[in-house]
Design a protein around this ligand. Structure first.
Ligand code: HEC
Length: 169
């Protein structure tokens, strides 16, 4: 080999080496870019997934329980309001209802104008008295004094009678 040929060979060799180095660099850069892209794509997907699933479930859950709570609150408010404003209804709902709303024979039923018309015509004083001291009608059906709960006050019984009469005309 002459000196010139050596020179040319060396040049070509260098060029090839440099090109290979360049290629290697390119691969490294490419792989990093692609790799990080994949990573960020995966992260984006995860975020999208989280956004699409978890918050929806949470929102539904919260919405449902909030609504439930709100309804429960309104119901309790309504109930306590009704109880406060109408002690008659409270007494009726806890005691008198067991006979006067269950369809027992010969027991005047709440809401039935025919059951109550004649009884109401007797005047409220007699109704109060019978509800307080107890009453056995012609049918032989017995109503215990104060509906069976002597711890109720006369006023509470009167209020319950008023409530029944108001709602049975
Ligand atoms: C154990 C069942 C029972 C319970 C509880 C009961 N009642 Fe009665 N009540 C009767 C029966 C039975 C009659 C009707 C009897 C008849 O006329 O033959 C009656 C009739 C009445 C009458 C009409 C009386 C009349 O002169 O016709 C009133 C008013 C009345 N009840 C109020 C009440 C009130 C207020 C309560 C709750 C504090 C109550 N009752 C709870 C059984 C019951």
């Amino acid at each position: 080999m002459s000196k010139d040929e050596d020179q040319i060979f060396l040049q070509n060799f260098m060029i090839i080496i440099v090109m290979m180095l360049g290629l290697i660099c390119l691969f490294i850069i490419l792989s990093q870019v692609l790799g990080s892209n994949e990573q960020s794509i995966a992260r984006d997907r995860a975020i999208v997934l989280i956004n699409q699933t978890q918050p929806i479930g949470r929102v539904r859950y919260n919405a449902a329980s909030d609504q439930g709570e709100a309804e429960a609150n309104t119901l309790t408010e309504q109930n306590s309001e009704a109880a406060e404003t109408d002690p008659g209804k409270r007494v009726y709902d806890t005691l008198c209802t067991s006979c006067h709303s269950t369809g027992l024979p010969n027991v005047p039923q709440l809401g039935s104008a025919t059951d109550w018309a004649d009884r109401i015509a007797q005047g409220e004083l007699l109704l109060y008295e019978r509800a307080i001291i107890g009453f056995t009608g012609n049918s032989g059906m017995v109503m215990p004094a104060k509906g069976g709960n002597p711890s109720l006050s006369d006023d509470e019984i009167r209020a319950a009678v008023d409530y029944m009469v108001e709602n049975s005309q």
